[in-house]
Design a protein around this ligand. Structure first.
Ligand code: TRP
Length: 362
């Protein structure tokens, strides 16, 4: 199949096509999926493993699951988390049994966060935040890694089937904390299949592929014992930093937006973002914007504008020079402010209901 071209693509350094080839991924094909969401339609979701299997479960209403883990390392989300949640919501709305776990053991061993602190953050912030973004808590099963014995048993079993050299090859490093976290994550990913093997989809940023590969290897080696389906995955691109780097990161605050964040702060950051506007008004009108270099447009495309026609209209106007960077920024500030206000409001609402959630513990 030909590579799907992102019609509004940014010229960023990561060569996503190269990654697809190098890791043996499939190019994501949104036409396989009913009512693809914004990220799927715009090629932000760009690669997958076993997408056809999941698409056929959706089409034929066969059981499958979607699963992700919350890393409670702080009291904020970033746009990477938001992308995962949006993918989870898509699969939940299309029939997936939905699992959200809190990676409290991983946070403890790799980040020094106590189990109590991880629990507090998950209950007061992360889980309500996921609900605020649209996840249906009534249709979701939650658990803490530290309270799920099945996951622990699966992790121990997985450990038997992985060598240190292999681990190094997949992860680059092999310190004990990371090994514990990785085998626990294999347990998480396979846990929903203990009762009955079924396909599962794990939406992740492309940097998380090692976990998917490791789990698929373990599945192949435990075939006779379990007959698990190897986990399917969809991979999304990063949300680029407003300052033009590949990925937003806390280490560059001026290019990074957290959820939630003060809207005036955010507006200031958007004003200073790297754009594709030309040096002078005259030049801009004549040549039009370099939309591929514009981080504000990326934000609109990936996160803030739902309607494809509206986005295309903005693209055309900006590209032709009819629209200025200042005007594009104004749109982004308005949309972002509305989004943050809504998110904060929904978060407060969701916090009132966390005590009613379904947690499994044994
Ligand atoms: N390692 C993930 C992170 O750092 C958290 C996680 C734990 C996870 N178990 C998982 C993610 C299973 C996906 C699936 O965010």
């Amino acid at each position: 199949m030909a590579l799907v071209i992102d019609p509004w693509g940014a010229e960023l350094h990561a060569d996503y096509e190269k990654i697809v080839k190098q890791f043996g991924l499939e190019v994501f094909d949104s036409s396989l999926f009913p009512h693809p969401n914004r990220m799927m339609r715009r090629n932000v979701v760009f690669a997958s493993r076993d997408q056809k299997l999941i698409a056929s479960c959706i089409k034929n209403k066969k059981p499958f699951y979607a699963l992700t883990g919350i890393m409670p390392s702080g009291d904020k989300l970033h746009f990477g988390n938001k992308m995962v949640v949006e993918q989870m919501i898509y699969f939940q709305e299309h029939g997936a049994k939905t699992y959200i776990l809190v990676a409290d053991l991983e946070a403890a061993t790799t980040r020094g966060v106590s189990l109590e602190e991880a629990r507090r953050r998950a209950m007061e912030f992360h889980i309500p935040a996921y609900i605020a973004l649209g996840l249906d808590p009534k249709k979701t099963t939650f658990y803490f890694q530290s309270e799920n014995k099945d996951v622990m048993h699966l992790a121990y079993e997985a450990a038997k089937h992985i060598t240190l050299n292999e681990f190094r090859a997949v992860y680059g490093a092999a310190d004990p904390a990371r090994i514990m976290a990785a085998v626990t994550q294999v347990g998480d990913i396979l846990f929903p299949q203990l009762e009955e093997p079924m396909p599962g989809i794990i939406p992740v940023g492309i940097d998380q592929d090692p976990h998917i590969r490791l789990t698929r290897d373990v599945v192949a080696r435990t075939k006779s014992a379990h007959n698990f389906f190897p986990p399917a995955a969809v991979y999304h691109k990063f949300t680029p930093s407003l300052t033009g780097e590949l990925k937003m990161s806390k280490s560059r605050p001026s290019g990074n937006i957290d959820l939630p964040e003060d809207t005036e702060e955010v507006a200031k950051k958007i004003q200073k973002a790297v754009t594709g506007g030309r040096k002078t008004l005259e030049e801009h009108r004549k040549l039009g914007a370099e939309v591929e270099k514009d981080m504000v447009f990326e934000l609109l495309k990936i996160h803030l504008i739902e309607n494809d026609n509206k986005l295309d209209q903005i693209y055309q106007q900006y590209k032709s020079g009819e629209m200025l960077s200042s005007e594009l920024k104004k749109i982004a500030v308005e949309k972002m402010t509305a989004f943050m206000d809504e998110f904060t409001k929904e978060l407060e609402q969701a916090r009132k209901h966390v005590d009613k959630l379904k947690f499994i513990r044994f």
